[in-house]
Write a protein that binds this ligand. Structure first.
Ligand code: 2NL
Length: 399
């Protein structure tokens, strides 16, 4: 036996024997080799001064009372403290087991009383454990105690809008102020909505397999080559007047380079009502250009051709970089082409079930990438779809 602190074996009695030994009348001493007990309670432990013998019932009862008082005064305020308590009192090498083991050293006539006292103590220690465990489950455990709700939260990184979205939103906003509303439609559509309804004859180059992505399993379906399909869907609904803009992604089978891509973005506009004129078209687009590029920017219309409009025109603005003097961006012309437009072809109205004698309309279409390249000084269209955060981060703060 060795209860000597600092002794070679450092064995300690977890029953906290009072001086002279706990059960002095018994021949057995309880030893604990398991070091886990060493860290539990050394409070009452004393170095061995004389032989440690286990003694009779009275001292056991006394010891139980002392332990009960100790339990009553315990402050279990963490999961760690609760586990330490469990190990010390209820563990396989804990005090309750150790005391129970003393049964064999108790005189036969006292065994019943000893057993009863021990059971009561065991139940008491277990009940206390359950009580604390329930409290811990109610949020008194370590984690809950350590959360300081007054601390500021972790900042979430603020993203940025994509430059295409920024440009689209600006465009949409201007037309909304003129009473246009946004319409959306399918990116995969049929030949009728993308071509036939738009007065695109069978042999038109836009229908060429080179330009259009057809769905390989069913070539009756294709990826829309413009957002005009949305306008066809809207006109087919038969609710007039119509004043819509259709921003969205479109697809063309083109070689990817710094200036062109196989998918890009467009915004188209359509206004159908009685007595809509070319003057309405011009004034609407003049307003757009001034709001978009500034009051000093000049604009001009040139005659053009589209199968779905008659007459058709293209709109140019004075070059934003050289102010019309001529530079490499405007190819020394002083003008930048920004959109195509015209009066909706009567055949297109009729294809959608609209009486072309009663109703007329104008339509226009423009790309979003080109103005975005100009505004933000971007040199390569591929940057828009590469999603390199170093590129995208540069638009933080832009609205
Ligand atoms: C361009 C030219 C244009 C339209 C699009 C249109 C739509 C319907 C009827 C008639 Cl439903 N026209 N859209 C009209 C003229 C030009 O786009 O160069 N876009 C990038």
């Amino acid at each position: 036996m060795c209860f000597r602190f600092g002794g070679k074996h450092k064995k300690r009695n977890p029953l906290n024997p009072p001086e002279g030994g706990l059960f002095a009348c018994c021949k057995t001493l309880i030893q604990y080799k398991n070091s886990e007990h060493a860290q539990l309670s050394t409070r009452n432990w004393k170095p061995e001064t004389s032989k440690n013998y286990l003694c009779g019932m009275e001292q056991v009862l006394q010891q139980i009372e002392t332990l009960k008082k100790e339990i009553e005064t315990l402050q279990i305020d963490s999961a760690k403290a609760l586990e330490e308590y469990r190990i010390k009192f209820l563990g396989t090498k804990g005090l309750v087991k150790a005391l129970m083991g003393e049964m064999k050293n108790v005189a036969n006539e006292q065994k019943k009383a000893f057993g009863q006292t021990m059971n009561e103590f065991k139940q008491f220690a277990e009940a206390k454990y359950e009580e604390w465990k329930a409290l811990a489950g109610n949020g008194t455990d370590d984690t809950a105690a350590k959360i300081d709700l007054t601390l500021p939260g972790d900042a979430l990184p603020i993203g940025s809008r994509h430059p295409i979205s920024l440009m689209r939103n600006r465009m949409v906003n201007i037309f909304q102020r003129l009473g246009f509303s946004v319409a959306e439609g399918p990116e995969i559509d049929d030949d009728f909505h993308n071509f036939t309804a738009l007065n695109l004859p069978e042999n038109h180059p836009a229908r060429d397999m080179q330009d259009t992505f057809y769905i390989s399993t069913d070539p009756a379906w294709l990826l829309r080559t413009h957002t005009s399909n949305v306008q066809i869907h809207e006109m087919q609904k038969g609710k007039l007047p119509i004043r819509i803009i259709t921003p969205g992604r479109v697809y063309r089978n083109e070689t990817i380079s710094a200036r062109s891509h196989c998918f890009f973005h467009q915004i188209e506009g359509l206004y159908v009502d009685e007595k809509v004129s070319f003057a309405d078209l011009k004034q609407t687009l003049y307003f757009f250009v001034q709001e978009m590029f500034g009051k000093d920017v000049k604009a001009r219309f040139r005659p053009s051709y589209f199968p779905f409009t008659e007459p058709s025109a293209e709109m140019d603005i004075s070059c934003l970089l050289c102010n019309g003097d001529g530079c490499s961006v405007c190819k020394k012309t002083g003008w930048l082409e920004i959109l195509g437009c015209g009066m909706v072809h009567p055949k297109v109205l009729e294809n959608c079930g609209i009486d072309s004698n009663k109703y007329s309309g104008f339509a226009f279409g423009m790309g979003i990438e080109r103005p975005a390249l100009l505004k933000y000084g971007i040199k390569d269209i591929r940057l828009f779809s590469e999603n390199d955060v170093r590129f995208l981060k540069q638009f933080t703060g832009a609205v």
